[in-house]
Design a protein around this ligand. Structure first.
Ligand SMILES: Cc1cc2nc3c(=O)[nH]c(=O)nc-3n(C[C@H](O)[C@H](O)[C@H](O)COP(=O)(O)O)c2cc1C
Length: 313
């Protein structure tokens, strides 16, 4: 049976998105949180909010992610995740932004294999009773960097390895290389999860020939029906109405969560940058949403989008 997960997006797939998504759509088996940072203490303040609290998250299907470059901080994170009941946590080894990678964090970890391998090994020495997975790219500067990690991926008990087969320097340009992912399969003895550029069922079916486990990213943000389509769940009825309900519910929940602050318009716009592509005339949809600054303007723009445009999916 295929496993579909949702890759994390800082600023978009927060607890509100994850819960509202689950209320309106099916097909996603597992959700990774956007990364946490700054776990300086036990009972860290950044781990006390709704974003990770078991009261608001289904610990069985949510995997908290950390961005860090020290075993000490990662172990501290793991032990707090464990005490909240999470069976698994994930380390971000893929974030390509220079201000992250230049500090040997995210994808920058891949450019410093000696230090990173020692860190990963120290993490396993420090954790107990919680699964440890990673999300990485092929490398930061070049696509051979991952080779230095293969022995470690095989010898340490990672629960899974998500590979987004690009290099960090590419950011999100070019194409994710399914060929390079395929070449890793016989070399790594851990469950591999493919992530990258799956925007439709056709592409998913090509990837599925090599990987049963897939993390969907921008494809699902763009088309929230994608997991249902992949799993052949009958969803042809009322798609526009369902999407409308989802968008409104997400907005209301975000607003509630943020105490009514119009700042949430920013995160709604981030999502619309992707979602506009399932409407006819996407640029026109984007123009309507992009220019709004106030809550009432946003609400009017959304109503206009749904009144004046049709879905092309
Ligand atoms: C705005 C943005 C925020 C992201 N935040 C995270 C994050 O917090 N953690 C992470 O592992 N990946 C993050 N990613 C990467 C995505 O999870 C995913 O790996 C990437 O988009 C490639 O998959 P896709 O082609 O299916 O979108 C982010 C990507 C974008 C564009």
């Amino acid at each position: 049976m295929e496993t579909l997960s949702l890759a994390p997006f800082q600023g978009i797939t927060d607890v509100v998105y994850r819960n509202v998504f689950k209320k309106h759509f099916c097909g996603i088996d597992k959700f990774y949180t956007p990364f946490f940072t700054g776990i300086q203490k036990d009972n860290s303040k950044s781990l006390r909010g709704e974003e990770i609290s078991p009261e608001f998250n289904d610990v069985k299907t949510v995997v908290p992610q950390i961005l860090s470059n020290t075993a000490e901080e990662i172990v501290r994170f793991a032990s707090q995740c464990k005490s909240m009941g999470y069976p698994e946590f994930n380390l971000n080894m893929g974030c390509p932004f220079p201000r992250v990678a230049n500090k040997t964090r995210g994808c920058g970890l891949m450019a410093d294999p000696n230090r990173t391998i020692k860190m990963l090994s120290d993490v396993f020495d420090g954790i107990d009773g919680i699964k440890f997975s990673i999300k990485c790219r092929l490398g930061y500067y070049n696509d051979e960097e991952i080779n230095a990690f293969i022995e470690t991926f095989n010898s340490l008990p990672f629960s899974e390895i998500i590979v987004h087969p690009r290099i960090g320097k590419q950011m999100y340009t070019g194409e994710a290389s399914l060929e390079r992912f395929k070449a890793l399969i016989p070399l790594i003895n851990k469950p591999l999860v493919y992530n990258g550029d799956i925007f439709d069922v056709e592409k998913y079916n090509i990837v599925k020939k090599s990987s049963q486990s897939v993390a969907l990213g921008r494809g699902l943000l763009t088309n929230p029906f994608l997991a249902e389509e992949i799993k052949d769940i009958d969803n042809q009825q009322d798609k526009k109405q369902r999407l409308h309900n989802f968008v409104v519910d997400l907005y209301i929940n975000r607003l509630h969560h943020a105490g009514g602050s119009p700042k949430i318009i920013g995160s709604m716009k981030e999502l619309w940058k992707y979602m506009m592509n399932i409407f006819d005339d996407p640029q026109n949809v984007w123009r309507k949403v992009k220019k709004v600054n106030h809550l009432d303007e946003y609400e009017n723009a959304v109503e206009k989008v749904f009144n004046e445009h049709n879905l092309i999916i």
